[in-house]
Ligand binder design. Structure first.
Ligand code: BGC
Length: 252
């Protein structure tokens, strides 16, 4: 962080909502209201840009403040390379340049779950934790951040693991949106999460699971139902982890 950047703006683009806030980077805490607009239907680049502009406008942040933008796709060299819950137009799209041109300012651009992982490592549940932490966000999709001794391995996409002999991937089966869509009880949903986290545990033998996404505020309803050898805790910053992590990276 430079001496000047004690504050930054974070915007977290999701499959359902686009959220933003001004973050104090010394504390890793929101110092503005959290602004939210619905993700436009179809989530095409032009419409998403307009929604991001709206969030920025409502935040009334100083124009020179660093801006981080998080997006629900693989992000490599400023390009979005996948599109699970957004328009296919994002595949192979120069998204960082598109937002910078449209907003008329520099941004730091990264995957939404990765930045949530960064927030939890710097200011939350994974702070000072040695070894392997896997953060997953349970929302419209499932996002993942894999962090070894504080260092992020970006773009892991563990929400797209497949279950043997099933056509649906993990996020179609076990994301929070699957629970809502299929009106599952906490117990039924927890059975799906049990499969998911047991599988991750078998593949990675992590030291800590952190669970983010909006539903993490109800973690008492489902985390105690899981039987794992790895500690599993809710994200301290819950659904704000994406905003805080995007801002933190922009302030670096
Ligand atoms: C996307 C990921 C994203 C996750 C959470 C998945 O569908 O492929 O890139 O992190 O959703 O938004």
């Amino acid at each position: 962080m430079t001496g000047a950047s004690t504050h930054a703006v974070g915007i977290d683009i999701g499959g359902t909502g686009i959220k933003g806030g001004i973050v104090d980077l010394r504390q890793g805490a929101l110092v503005s209201d959290r602004m939210k607009v619905a993700t436009p239907q179809g989530a095409k680049p032009k419409d998403v840009l307009a929604a991001v502009e709206e969030v920025l406008h409502r935040l009334e942040a100083e124009p020179g403040m660093p801006l981080g933008v998080a997006f629900p796709a693989i992000v490599k060299n400023g390009h979005t390379l996948s599109a699970a819950n957004v328009s296919d137009k994002w595949i192979g799209f120069p998204a960082e340049e598109f937002f910078e041109d449209g907003l008329g300012r520099d941004i730091h651009f990264a995957n939404d779950a990765d930045v949530a992982g960064v927030a939890e490592v710097r200011y939350g549940a994974a702070k000072d934790r040695a070894g392997l932490t896997i953060l997953t966000t349970l929302g419209t999709g499932i996002g993942s951040a894999v962090i070894m001794d504080g260092t992020l391995l970006p773009n892991t996409e563990l929400g797209h693991l497949h279950r043997a002999k099933h056509s649906k991937d993990a996020e179609a089966y076990a994301a929070y949106s699957a629970m809502e869509r299929e009106e599952l009880s906490w117990e039924k949903w927890a059975k799906r999460l049990q499969w998911y986290y047991s599988h991750l545990e078998f593949l990675f033998t992590p030291d800590l699971f952190v669970v983010g996404g909006g539903v993490s505020k109800h973690s008492d309803k489902f985390l105690p139902l899981l039987e794992l050898n790895t500690p599993i805790v809710p994200a301290v910053h819950r659904n704000n982890a994406g905003i805080i992590g995007a801002a933190a990276l922009a302030g670096d």
